[in-house]
Design a protein around this ligand. Structure first.
Ligand SMILES: *Cc1c(COP(=O)(O)O)cnc(C)c1O
Length: 360
């Protein structure tokens, strides 16, 4: 659906890494890549990780998601969002999405919190389970920004930190501000199918210095700086991004503006093509500038969707349905959920169509 594009310094930087022997956990490309992401997104701090899922695990931990807690998220997302919640020993609660952003519906979030929670000195407590709601985790689906200003406002009203899963939205802005810079902390992914790739990789971004220092510390085995001694002051993770991958990332960041421009041209062509069709091409929501990572259309019902998927794949054109609702998977089917009217409606109708950038 989205193949990588290597038309810049990718080979030079990776070869440079090999020649220098600094291919692993130490090297200057990691710092350079982190700085490039901070500069591009406008986040004060960026901490590279081995993949986006690891970044999300640590981001949730850092805002205080612990064993027995609950995290509010959307059922229409990639599985990594909910896996990261589970790695913390927490459980997701599912609220509905809206049909224009495919992200968390602020009204659904507000209604859930108003009807089901109470404030105590421990934080926001779910009256049904007695558990603490430790975070809200919105995801910017296919690079379409959610109504993140509204979501963050509701979070602060209920005293809950907001963690943004911006894995799919590098290059997407809401009201001129980069996605992932609205909440307390956010994460990106550089998997092979994302807008830019490091082979595998991720990033934590935040404006909070204390969180940034903690993020670097626990993603690098919680080692205290020392000339030769190995002293670790807590259980850390080996989640750092190898220099080899960061080298690829630096080269990809140099090309990012051109990639985004190409993806916009493709999206506009699709929008024009589908204008007079019975299908709805999903365009960027109001006040948003999308990266158009994966282009998507809405078909009229599930039968039409299945026929469309069969026809395209038979013709050798890749097309995939949107994810099955996470709330229907066996691992998460017992989790608390509101009525998911829009999520179910979208799950039956949305398909992705080829979206690779075209650069030479
Ligand atoms: C890609 C992705 C991630 C992270 O994936 P990794 O493969 O671990 O880098 C997380 N959440 C969403 C929504 C994603 O699309």
């Amino acid at each position: 659906m989205h193949a990588p594009t290597f038309v810049g310094n990718e080979k030079n930087y990776v070869l440079d890494c090999i020649d220098s022997t600094f291919v692993s956990s130490v090297g200057s490309y990691v710092t350079r890549f982190e700085q490039m992401i901070a500069d591009f997104t406008g986040a004060k701090y960026a901490i590279a990780t081995v993949n986006g899922t690891a970044a999300l695990h640590v981001a949730l931990k850092l805002v205080g998601v612990n064993l027995g807690d609950e995290v509010i998220t959307q059922p229409l997302t990639f599985i990594a969002t909910c896996n990261a919640i589970a790695y913390c020993g927490a459980k997701p609660i599912f609220v509905d999405v809206n049909r224009t952003t495919l992200g968390i519906c602020p009204l659904s979030l507000l209604n859930f919190l108003t009807e089901n929670t109470t404030q105590t000195e421990l934080g926001c407590i779910n009256k049904a389970t007695g558990k603490r709601i430790a975070a809200v985790l919105p995801m910017h689906t296919f690079g379409l920004p959610s109504q993140i200003d509204e979501i963050v406002k509701i979070c602060s009203q209920f005293n809950i930190p907001c963690v943004e899963d911006a894995a799919e939205s590098l290059g997407s802005f809401y009201q001129g501000q980069h996605t992932g810079t609205f909440g307390a902390i956010a994460t990106l992914s550089f998997n092979g199918n994302k807008t830019i790739t490091t082979g595998g990789g991720g990033m934590i971004i935040t404006n909070n210095e204390a969180l940034a220092i903690r993020a670097k510390h626990i993603t690098t085995t919680a080692k205290l700086p020392h000339k030769y001694e190995f002293v670790h002051d807590e259980i850390g993770y080996n989640y750092r991004l190898p220099n080899l991958n960061a080298a690829l990332g630096c080269a990809q960041m140099e090309v990012l503006p051109r990639l985004l421009a190409s993806k916009r041209v493709i999206a506009l062509a699709y929008a024009d093509f589908f204008k007079d069709s019975p299908y709805q091409f999903i365009t960027e929501p109001a006040q948003a500038h999308a990266n158009y990572w994966l282009n998507a259309i809405i078909l009229n019902d599930q039968r039409e969707r299945d026929a469309f998927l069969n026809d395209l794949n038979e013709a050798g054109v890749m097309s995939r349905p949107i994810w099955q609702l996470i709330s229907q998977l066996t691992m998460f089917e017992e989790c608390q959920s509101v009525e998911l009217t829009n999520a179910r409606w979208l799950a039956e109708r949305v398909v992705n169509i080829p979206s690779s950038a075209k650069l030479s």
